[in-house]
Design a protein around this ligand. Structure first.
Ligand SMILES: *Cc1c(COP(=O)(O)O)cnc(C)c1O
Length: 392
């Protein structure tokens, strides 16, 4: 089946995406340079462990972490991070997962950090230990995470501390690290969607994270089913060996240095991460995308996005605000005040082609045009559809 209308051939609608790099809409759009690298990677055989080891070097240079690996997404990176924190280099523990009751398997998670992605941690066999209150989130009070409550939650079964990074939580990361580091409790940071700004590639590590998960298919613009786990060398190595294909003959198995064979009392079988294998195409594609993301001129690309958004806003009436990147801290967006945001969104979704805008402020009756995955060719169609839906 070859076609230049592959979705049409499959009977699947192409959609206008002004909602951002949402996984359910396919994440980022890939640059031709990334696609070309993936196509080239697809044409040769390589040792995947050696390729992951090379990826580790690149990720270390870009993030400031000791090591890194390519995963099949940030959620997979969190599962592998939880696994590595529980097993370290113990082959018998690797073999036991997800049944971890006999060894350290508790992961402390502040209530204010609990998201739907916490399931990725428990998938490895960890049990979550909730701590703290959500006084700020609920508007009930002023207090955030406190040292004593972290200390009180630590037990001989504590395997890790999970931290969901965002502008509201980040100030607490040094406190968490200062308590966990001396006790050798890895701090796992979910930084999946905290890019841009690209400074966050280094920031969480600098603030004391032991492992950080990033999505490759969101702002980085890599393959949709890719992600990064960056952090401490021993933990990344223990995660990698639980992701690799381990149908190997011990006498001929020669892992890269990232996998500390001497620290293991045997050769592990396929681990908990075997179902999360990253292919050579994803690994190479994400590395090329990551380099482009780091080298990009953010000021220039935000200025280009702003001028596109200004043109779209020109088609619409009052109640449309261009919020610049300096205010969002990410990319510029249009905020559209509506009488009933979800009913406007429903109209847009029923259009042909369907139009997706972000509903993340719908509770305030604001729809957001997020241009991160908006193809420039779609701008005029989007503007016309918004105009129709808003005047309906
Ligand atoms: C998107 C996201 C994830 C999952 O990332 P994938 O790369 O899709 O696996 C995890 N945590 C948060 C906060 C996210 O936004």
């Amino acid at each position: 089946m070859t076609s230049n209308d592959i979705y049409g051939v499959l009977g699947v609608k192409r959609r206008i995406n002004a909602a951002g790099t949402l996984t359910r809409l396919g994440g980022a759009l890939m640059a031709p340079e990334v696609l070309a690298a993936m196509a080239e990677a697809a044409r040769s055989s390589v040792d995947i462990a050696e390729l992951q080891s090379a990826a580790s070097g690149q990720i270390a240079e870009i993030t400031g972490a000791e090591a890194g690996m390519i995963t099949t997404g940030a959620a997979a990176a969190l599962t592998l991070a939880a696994a590595a924190s529980m097993t370290r280099w113990d082959v018998a523990k690797m073999a036991a997962l997800p049944h971890a009751e006999e060894f350290k398997h508790e992961i402390i998670l502040p209530r204010t950090h609990r998201t739907g992605y916490a399931h990725a941690l428990t998938a490895a066999g960890a049990r979550l230990v909730d701590i703290g209150h959500n006084d700020r989130g609920t508007g009930a009070g002023v207090r955030g995470l406190e040292a004593w409550e972290i200390e009180a939650a630590i037990t001989p079964r504590t395997a890790a501390f999970a931290f969901a990074a965002n502008p509201q939580t980040i100030a607490d990361l040094p406190l968490v690290a200062s308590i966990c580091r001396p006790r050798d409790i890895p701090v796992i940071v979910d930084g999946a969607a905290q890019l841009p700004p690209k400074s966050n590639l280094r920031r969480f590590i600098e603030l004391g994270a032991d492992l950080v998960a990033f999505s490759g298919g969101k702002a980085i613009g890599g393959p949709q089913a890719s992600g990064i786990l960056a952090g401490r060398r021993d933990l990344v190595g223990a995660a990698l060996v639980q992701q690799l294909d381990m149908d190997v003959a011990p006498p001929t198995w020669s892992p890269p240095g990232l996998i500390d064979r001497a620290a293991m009392n045997g050769v592990p079988h396929h681990g908990i991460g075997r179902g999360f294998k990253a292919g050579k195409e994803e690994i190479v594609g994400l590395l090329v995308a990551l380099r482009r993301f780091v080298d990009a001129d953010d000021a220039a690309s935000n200025a280009a996005l702003e001028s596109r958004l200004r043109i779209i806003a020109g088609f619409l009436g009052d109640g449309v605000t261009l919020v610049p990147a300096a205010i969002t801290g990410r990319v510029p967006v249009l905020e559209i005040a509506c009488k009933d945001a979800l009913s406007v969104s429903r109209t847009l979704l029923a259009d042909e082609p369907p139009v997706h805008v972000s509903e993340r402020k719908a509770a305030q009756n604001i729809l957001i045009v997020d241009p991160q995955a908006l193809a420039p060719d779609d701008d005029p169609t989007l503007a016309a559809a918004l105009r129709r839906a808003l005047s309906a």
